[in-house]
Design a protein around this ligand. Structure first.
Ligand code: BTN
Length: 271
C-alpha cells in the first residue's frame, strides 16, 4: 500500500471531527488493493480501535457476495473502519444497519439529497445505488472480536461502467455539483460514533428502528426474497429490533428475514 499524505490532506478530516475517539487515527492511502484488507491487517497487528483507513483508489475493491467494487481514483469515498468488540456472531448484520443509517443521515445533511436505505445497507437516491457497505469480521471462541466496516460512496463520478450504469448514481449525478469527500467522511464518523456506543450498550436496534424505517425505501413495497431455501414475494413492512426485515406474504403470514442469508429485490426494479 502506497501512503499519501496530501491527497485527502491529512488534517482535513480529523480537524473537522467532533468524535471522542472514532477516526481520531486515520490512515490515508493514495492507492491500495482494498481498505477492508488494510483495516483487517491493522486489527490483526494490534492497531487502535476506531482507526479509519481511507484510500483514493482501490485496485481490488471488494463488494458483497464475492463481487468486486470498481474503485477509480479521484472521485469516490473508499474507507474502512476498524473496530474491536465482543459480540454474539449474529450482531454483525445489525452493526451494518447502524452504519447504513449513519451514512444516509450524513449524506442528507452534507448534500441535501433525499438519501434512503434499501434493506439492509445500500444507500439509494431515486431508486439508484449511491453507496454500498461490506462488513467483515474475525471470530474467536464463538464471539466476534474484530469487525471491519467498509464503505464505498459514489461522490463525484460523472458516469458509470455499462454493467452498473442502469442501477448506480453519484452525488454529482444527482446534484450537478462536486462535493468535498472529506466533509462527507467527517459527517459519517460524527454520526456513527454515538449510534455505535448506544448499540454496544443495548445490543439491539430498538433505539433506531423507527428512524431507520423512515428512511427505508423498500417500506410498503412489493419485494422478492431470494432465500437459498425458497423464493417468495410479499410486502416489506420495516425492520424489527434485530434488524430483520418483516415481510408480509400473500397469505398474510409475516416472515422476519435475516440479512446474512438472503437478498431482497424489488419486484418492479432494483428497490
Ligand atoms: C456492496 O457490494 O454493496 C459493498 C461495497 C463495499 C465497497 C467498499 S469500498 C471500501 C471498502 N473496501 C472494499 O474493498 N470494499 C469496501
Amino acid at each position: 500500500m502506497e501512503r499519501q499524505r496530501d491527497f485527502f490532506k491529512e488534517n482535513e478530516i480529523t480537524d473537522r471531527l467532533n468524535t471522542k475517539w472514532m477516526a481520531r487515527k486515520t490512515i490515508f492511502l493514495k492507492s491500495t488493493v482494498s481498505t477492508n484488507l488494510d483495516a483487517g491487517k491493522l486489527l490483526d497487528e494490534g492497531g487502535a480501535n476506531g482507526t479509519l483507513v481511507v484510500a483514493d483508489e482501490q485496485t481490488g475493491g471488494k463488494g458483497r457476495r464475492g463481487r468486486s467494487w470498481v474503485s477509480p481514483p479521484g472521485e469516490a469515498v473508499y474507507m474502512s473502519l476498524a473496530l474491536k468488540l465482543d459480540f454474539e456472531p449474529d450482531k454483525a448484520s445489525m452493526l451494518t444497519i447502524v452504519m447504513a443509517y449513519a451514512v444516509a443521515t450524513a449524506l442528507r445533511k452534507v448534500t441535501g439529497l433525499d438519501a434512503g436505505i434499501k434493506w439492509p445497507n445500500d444507500i439509494v437516491v431515486k431508486g439508484r445505488k449511491l453507496c454500498g457497505i461490506l462488513t467483515e469480521m474475525n471470530m474467536d471462541g464463538g464471539r466476534i472480536r474484530n469487525v471491519v466496516i467498509g464503505i464505498g460512496i459514489n461522490v463525484n463520478q460523472c458516469a458509470f461502467d455499462d454493467e452498473i450504469k442502469e442501477t448506480a448514481t453519484s452525488v454529482f449525478v444527482e446534484k450537478g455539483q462536486k462535493t468535498d469527500r472529506s466533509v462527507l467522511i467527517g459527517a459519517i464518523m460524527d454520526c456513527f460514533e454515538g449510534l455505535y456506543e448506544q448499540f454496544v450498550k443495548e445490543q439491539d436496534l430498538g433505539f433506531l428502528c423507527d428512524e431507520y424505517n423512515e428512511m427505508l425505501v423498500n417500506r410498503d413495497r412489493h419485494v422478492r426474497v431470494l432465500d437459498p431455501g425458497e423464493e417468495y414475494e410479499g410486502i416489506a413492512l420495516g425492520i424489527n429490533t434485530a434488524g430483520e426485515l418483516i415481510v408480509r406474504k400473500e397469505d398474510a403470514s409475516e416472515v422476519c428475514v435475516y440479512a446474512g442469508e438472503v437478498s431482497v429485490r424489488g419486484v418492479y426494479g432494483y428497490v
